[in-house]
Design a protein around this ligand. Structure first.
Ligand code: BES
Ligand code: ZN
Length: 593
């Protein structure tokens, strides 16, 4: 039972979706018909999730109208209840999207990289698909889909499905996803796109001005797929492509099957941030093959994926690299845990969540990712890698295209791994306990220890330019920036920036970490560059820490509100929702506007 969906798939479930839609870039609406195959047993009605959709007509296979009602609206949207004759196998809904569809971000040409054409992308996870398609929007539902999409003829459309590699003459595109996927993975992007192949089954889509850079950055993609297969079994989706979206994309990446959606902020020019591709690729097993049954089981998607991502990186780039990455993740976790413990939902530090009555997005934190990772890594070290890998591989294989609950996973873990290995282990401490269990394995990194030594030298007075930073990777720089002492005086900040040129860095991770240091030390010189960053980049992971650091002082809060007023129209609803809440935007804007 999924508390974040109105649907009752055990009574009547959709099994296939066929979309026939038109994307109206000028009116910012999608309209058309969604047709479904349904498996209804004895039910006399079927329930869909909708949010802000205008339902124009519901018809049965013979063209006759099916009576429908829209239920009461709440934070989950509105249920659409359709009366069906017993044994009905097909249904069609003519609809259009509302003005505020949360899944959709419509960009003006100015908000794109090339600034020539408008752009649209969708984001389904967690419960946003219902705002652009009437659907049974639960991760426990699985469907195949086909789509015919009409877009302006100067634009190209791509989906989480088989994709075109060239623009069509008439703006019509056809898609097919032949594997059964949960609805949060249905995705569409429309814009001025170019494609460049990387390997036999990999390639990259981006605006023309970005596609070459992106192809260079992601040169290892084909090797990543091969490495992943060597670890945990065949890649089952045919092609693996990535689309680099405009900078307002609210996430680093989204694992839409066959076509990962990615932020341009990982195109750093030095291939240093491509672990994110390994992460989204890993979801092709953890998440897209074996899917969290409900959003309370989110750690099964993300914890596994972080673990898998590290293993791909270790195979390709070595243990050092993977351990630095893991340690940065652990730092994120410790910071997040401390914040959650202070907040209104301290129980969110548990792996198994209880998100009933809340937007699932609010409970999706580093805990699922990094505590989930720490759990799996701790198990790996207890049973040994060989045993662990054999278990994981067969787990993906035997539960492919199914959903999984935390309870079921723990039972499998016990029966198939811990039991046979003769290990008794209290997994409850991880699942229902707060914080991090004392025996959680912690990654180690000599390279980070060396970074700390350089921080020590700088603090003791060595000029920044004389520090031993020559061979440092982005990870070492991040560790450096995260561990600078507080209360730095502006002279030293300036000296450091002159030596390392953090301000305006083309590496978004480094830039964001630096701006946070600047805010925390009251060093204002980089603020114009930070403003520019906040107005263009919409990735929530960068925005929240910066706005919240600013908001810690009253003058900073005013600064944050001024920047946000400019930047907000550029952000996706996902980022807007989080920042509105953090800054108390509704209250402020209703007073001043
Ligand atoms: N599936 C997530 C993104 C997501 C999570 C969307 C929750 C909506 C709700 C994706 O795989 C992800 O984890 N992205 C991370 C990158 C990663 C390297 C940790 C991100 O966006 O930063
Ligand atoms: Zn993920």
């Amino acid at each position: 039972m999924d508390k974040h969906s109105f649907a009752r798939p055990n009574e009547a479930a959709i099994t296939h979706l066929d979309l026939d839609i038109t994307v109206d870039m000028a009116a910012r609406r999608i309209h058309g018909t969604a047709s479904y195959d349904i498996a209804a047993k004895d039910a006399d009605s079927i329930i869909f999730d909708t949010e802000g959709l205008e339902i124009e007509a519901v018809t049965l296979a013979d063209g006759s109208a099916a009576p429908f009602t829209l239920g009461e609206e709440n934070f989950l949207g509105r249920p659409l209840i359709v009366r069906i004759p017993r044994g009905a196998g097909k249904l069609a809904i003519r609809y259009s999207t509302g003005a505020e569809a949360r899944a959709l971000q419509w960009l003006t040409p100015q908000q794109t990289l090339d600034k020539g054409k408008p752009f649209l992308f969708t984001q389904g996870q967690a419960i946003l698909t219902r705002s652009w398609i009437p659907i049974q929007d639960s991760p426990g539902v699985r469907i195949t889909y086909t789509a015919r999409v009409q877009v302006p003829s100067d634009l190209m459309a791509v989906m989480s499905a088989t994709n075109p590699q060239q623009r069509s003459v008439d703006g019509r595109y056809a898609f097919a996803m032949k594997e059964r996927i949960p609805p949060y993975l249905i995705a569409l992007a429309v814009g001025d796109l170019a494609f460049k192949p990387l390997g036999p089954r990999t390639g990259v889509y981006a605006e023309p001005g970005m596609v070459e850079k992106a192809a260079w950055e992601f040169a290892d993609m084909e090797a990543m797929v091969t490495a992943a297969e060597e670890l945990y079994g065949p890649y089952r989706w045919g092609r693996y492509d990535v689309i680099v979206l405009p900078p307002s994309f609210p996430f680093g990446g989204m694992e839409n099957p066959m076509l990962t959606f990615a932020t341009p902020t990982i195109v750093a020019g030095d291939r240093s941030l491509t672990a994110l591709i390994a992460h989204e690729l890993a979801h092709s097993w953890s998440g897209n093959l074996v899917t969290n049954a409900t959003w309370d089981d989110f750690w099964l998607n993300e914890g596994f994926t972080v673990y898998f991502e590290k293993r791909i990186c270790e195979k390709l780039y070595g243990r050092d690299y993977a351990e630095m990455l893991a340690l940065l993740g652990r730092q994120d976790l410790e910071r997040t845990m401390a914040e959650i413990a202070q907040g209104p939902h301290p129980e969110d530090t548990r792996l198994k969540l209880h998100l009933e009555g809340r937007d699932p997005d609010d409970g999706m934190t580093d805990v699922a990712y990094e505590k989930g990772y720490a759990f799996l890594r701790t198990i790996e070290e207890k049973v040994g890698r060989e045993r662990f890998d054999a278990f994981v591989r067969s787990y993906f294989d035997r539960h492919a295209f199914q959903s999984m609950t935390t309870e079921r996973f723990l039972a499998l873990l016990q029966q198939e791994l811990l039991g046979p290995a003769g290990i008794t282990y209290n997994t409850d401490a991880w699942m229902v306990g707060d914080g991090l269990p004392a025996d959680a394995v912690k990654p180690v990194s000599d390279r980070f220890t060396k970074v700390e030594a350089e921080i020590g030298r700088w603090t003791a007075g060595t000029p920044a330019a004389q520090l031993g930073t020559k061979a440092w990777s982005t990870f070492e720089w991040l560790h450096f920036l995260r561990h600078l002492p507080s209360g730095l005086d502006p002279k030293r900040m300036e000296e450091m920036d002159a030596a390392f040129r953090f301000t305006g860095s083309g590496n978004a991770e480094v830039a964001a970490a630096w701006y946070e240091v600047c805010i925390n030390n009251g060093y204002h010189k980089p603020y114009p560059a930070m403003d520019e960053f906040l107005v263009t980049v919409g990735r929530r992971k960068f925005l929240l820490p910066l706005y919240s650091a600013l908001a810690r002082t009253e003058s900073g809060r005013q600064e944050a509100l001024a920047i946000y007023a400019k930047a907000r129209p550029n952000y996706h609803s996902v980022s807007v929702r989080s920042i509105d809440e953090m800054l108390g935007w509704e209250k402020v804007s209703s007073v001043t506007m």
